[in-house]
Design a protein around this ligand. Structure first.
Ligand SMILES: [Zn+2]
Length: 413
């Protein structure tokens, strides 16, 4: 009897100690300080990185990672940072943009090694012909190729690796696989012409073939690479032999950018259009408070620079064609930031609301924007509709519309 009692007490103590420790697992997470500085902080984290909204898995696995799986410190930091900031982004949208539909549970692949394949889920090709940098968000596929399990919404955070810009150029060259085109681009170094030429060719050429389009996206479709890509063509000699390495899972605003893709999926269909990328950067800015995305992340972004809005980019008609991907995502981002600022100067906080309204539906139940929307006409129209929705006051509407018009004109739209 006595010993039984002691036994019970012992078990009780053990279970209390065990419960206390199981509820207080702490792990480091990458955060941004109020001044935008990136730093690590130890926070309470769940034992299993899965909830109703997200599931963090390793590479091609389907099993949620547990803290005890994370024996590697770098992987542990990545997995916890992704989970933390995805949930934070979700809450931000719920609180401020609740009209945007919530995505079904999103699988977050950390240390992802394989490229995405729309039919096979993962690109199984042996040779890694193309460098994997950045992150990519995909939509579900309920009917993939035979013997492949269907999948839902996912974001791939690729395992960071160092690539030489030289190989990046070679890759771009392979994508733009016609020798004459390659030579034309080389000869027109440091001219706008080179970029336009590449953009043109990408539109009309082999990138319509889906295989290459995927590879193109792997290089240019990521978060920071689009900024580098035109420079690869533009500054061929200057950047030659430079190394680039981006650890996308460690940078909060990249995670926000990726979450936005899932949140705007109903509108843009995860198509990677210039408007979709521009809005994704805009929300990454709204949530992080950083207009220079990727700033002060030196340890995690090597060989690249922060993405900042540009005030005097000229609108280029050729970049607004339907299938054009990333060259003008930066352009749209710059316009949105400028638009918000200028409208806010007229009526406090009107800019944010007008931009939010541009993502709403019209009276007939259709979104103002979709994956094929053009900048001139569709986007500008959505902004004007957003202004109409914002105010009933004719004078206010007139002032805001005039201001938006001026912003568009200043960008050459
Ligand atoms: Zn994106």
């Amino acid at each position: 009897m006595h010993s039984q009692k002691r036994h019970f007490l012992f078990l009780l103590i053990i279970s209390i100690v065990f419960n206390a420790s199981s509820q207080e697992i702490k792990a480091e997470i990458n955060l941004r300080s109020s001044k935008g500085k990136l730093y690590k902080k130890s926070l309470e984290v769940p034992k299993i990185l899965e909830n109703d909204e997200f599931k963090v898995v390793l590479n091609t696995s389907e099993n949620a990672l547990t803290q005890s799986d994370l024996d590697n410190n770098e992987l542990k930091l990545r997995a916890n940072t992704i989970f933390y900031h995805m949930n934070l982004a979700k809450k931000y949208f719920d609180n401020n943009y609740n009209f945007l539909e919530k995505p079904s549970k999103v699988t977050l692949r950390v240390n992802q090694k394989k490229l995405y394949d729309p039919n096979l889920h993962f690109d199984e090709s042996e040779e890694s012909r193309f460098p994997l940098l950045g992150a990519t968000s995909i939509k579900e596929n309920s009917f993939p190729a035979d013997s492949i399990a269907p999948w839902g919404k996912e974001t791939f955070f690729f395992l960071p690796r160092t690539i030489k810009v030289k190989s990046g150029i070679q890759v771009t060259g392979e994508v733009l696989d016609q020798k004459t085109i390659k030579n034309s681009i080389r000869k027109s170094l440091l001219t706008q012409n080179g970029i336009d030429l590449a953009a043109d060719y990408i539109l009309k050429g082999t990138l319509d073939q889906f295989d290459q389009q995927i590879h193109y996206q792997a290089i240019l479709g990521s978060f920071l690479i689009p900024e580098i890509a035109p420079k690869l063509i533009k500054g061929f000699g200057k950047l030659f032999k430079r190394n680039i390495k981006i650890d996308v899972a460690m940078i909060p605003e990249i995670i926000y950018h990726e979450y936005t893709h899932h949140r705007l999926h109903q509108i843009f269909d995860t198509s990677g259009s210039a408007l979709e990328e521009g809005y994704a950067n805009y929300f990454a800015y709204k949530i992080s408070g950083l207009s220079r995305l990727g700033d002060k992340a030196k340890g995690y972004i090597k060989g690249s620079r922060a993405k900042r809005p540009q005030k005097k980019v000229k609108y280029n008609f050729k970049r607004d064609l339907r299938k054009q991907k990333n060259l003008s995502g930066e352009f749209v981002y710059s316009v949105l930031i400028e638009l918000e600022e200028k409208l806010n100067e007229i009526i406090s906080a009107s800019g944010d609301k007008v931009i939010a309204n541009s993502l709403k539906k019209d009276a007939a139940g259709f979104y103002f924007l979709d994956k094929n929307s053009k900048i001139k006409g569709d986007f500008t129209g959505a902004v004007y509709q957003g202004i109409k929705m914002y105010t009933q006051d004719f004078e206010e509407e007139f002032l805001l519309k005039k201001t938006a018009e001026n912003v568009f004109t200043s960008f050459g739209i």
